[in-house]
Design a protein around this ligand. Structure first.
Ligand code: FAD
Length: 364
């Protein structure tokens, strides 16, 4: 049987989902190379820090919307079929204040908080809150069933699926994307390299994508479990601060967020921001703590900071040739890398197939 030697560079959710799909074809012989692997916590590695839930933010008619739409059925199927993957269904409440529209956070959530959003036909149980039940200051609100992914379980689960399908994982720190082609575990040159390096696409030789920039997300992980997930269009604490609460599957704790600080590379938690996050989460969701308690009622597991890999002009899923090496890019997923993971990986796999088909034709 003809084999395709493929190197996937990056073991975040983008690289692992792409490798998972590619590994389902027995003709593909895959090496996953990465500086960071599931289990690591590092500010250069976004995926472990994500909540992660499915809160669609892609604008109607965009590729982004199509990727998020395509991802829901895959996440639903994994949730139903593989409880060991660390994903569960959770009710989700979204609050919108029109006054947040012009802020960084309001812009990020603008599609999510639409009263009549495109995703109402994608997720189950969508319903709008009647106007007479809205709390003061809230202009509209809605509820639906979403998922919450325990990244500490899901990312290793993806690794396990890839390994089961024959993929080989290796640690490596590459200076240039073309070097990945010589790092296939067989010792043969790879036919194609898939670039899933997230924010590092900015500094990786052969890519050097100046459109990449971070949106810093600070979180507090607690043992308290308030029930449904909550998200809001903004806060009164700062235009790039955010408000969301999500309880992860399988004992992963509850994530209190957050922030959306563009161009901020600081990986150290800011304790003043942490206090504001905890206070506003309790204000919007008093059931986080016992009656009458404030932030002293939160049982903190850890503070964290991750950098969302944003890209001016949007995610890059594209074929390329660098120093004679065929490359397919899949990076720049901002704050939606999990909720668009399968849609982006399907698009990437389709480009990889084009490259491999052209290789076969060239040999004829
Ligand atoms: C606080 C926070 C909350 C979030 N919440 C959500 C959410 O609820 N839902 C959602 O969908 N998304 C969420 N996100 C966004 C999501 O986390 C990212 O979009 C996603 O993790 C990006 O994944 P990635 O695989 O592209 O990049 P990364 O996870 O950063 O992985 C990059 C990989 O490339 C490797 N790499 C890079 N350069 C090199 C090199 N030179 N040599 C070798 N290896 C290299 C790294 O080691 C790593 O393995 C959140 C992000 C943050 C920070």
């Amino acid at each position: 049987m003809a084999t395709n030697n493929i190197v996937v560079l990056g073991a975040g959710v983008s690289g692992l989902t792409t490798a998972y799909l590619l590994s389902q074809d027995p003709k593909n012989n895959i090496t996953v190379l990465a500086k960071h692997m599931p289990g690591d916590y590092d500010v250069e590695y976004a995926s472990p820090w994500a909540g992660a839930n499915y809160m669609p933010v892609g604008k109607e008619g965009s590729h982004h919307q199509a990727w998020e739409r395509a991802t829901w059925p895959a996440l639903k199927e994994i949730t139903e079929k593989y409880p060991e993957a660390g994903i569960h269904f959770r009710g989700s409440v979204i609050y919108n204040r029109k006054k947040d529209q012009e802020t960084a956070t309001g812009d990020w959530f603008s599609e999510l908080v639409q009263p009549n959003p495109w995703y109402k036909d994608v997720v189950p149980d969508f319903k709008t809150t009647p106007d007479d039940q809205l709390a003061p200051g809230i202009d509209n609100a809605q509820e639906f069933t979403s998922v919450c992914i325990n990244t500490a379980v899901y990312l290793p689960w993806l690794v396990g699926q890839c390994v089961k399908n024959g993929a080989v994982f290796k640690r490596a720190v590459l200076k240039h994307i073309a070097d990945a082609a010589s790092a296939h575990h067989t010792g043969q040159k790879a036919d194609v390299v898939v670039n899933c390096t997230g924010l590092s696409a900015k500094t990786l030789g052969g890519v050097l994508d100046e459109k990449m920039y971070p949106a810093r997300g600070q979180i507090v992980v607690v043992r308290n479990d308030p029930g449904p997930m909550v998200s809001a269009s903004g806060t009164d604490d700062g235009e790039d601060e955010a408000l969301y609460i999500m309880t992860r599957a399988a004992g992963g704790g509850t994530i209190l967020g957050g922030s959306y600080q563009k161009h901020n590379w600081d990986g150290t938690p800011d304790m003043n921001l942490a206090n504001r996050i905890m206070k506003r989460c309790i204000k919007i969701c008093p059931s986080l703590v016992k009656e009458g308690q404030g932030i002293e009622g939160l049982d903190i597991i850890r503070h964290g900071v991750g950098l969302r890999p944003l890209r001016e002009g949007g995610t890059r899923i594209e074929k390329d040739k660098v120093n004679g090496v065929a490359v397919v890019h899949n990076y720049g997923h901002g704050g939606f890398g999990f909720q668009a993971s399968f849609g982006c990986a399907y698009a990437t796999v389709s480009l990889v197939k084009d490259v491999l088909q052209n290789k076969s034709l060239a040999k004829l």
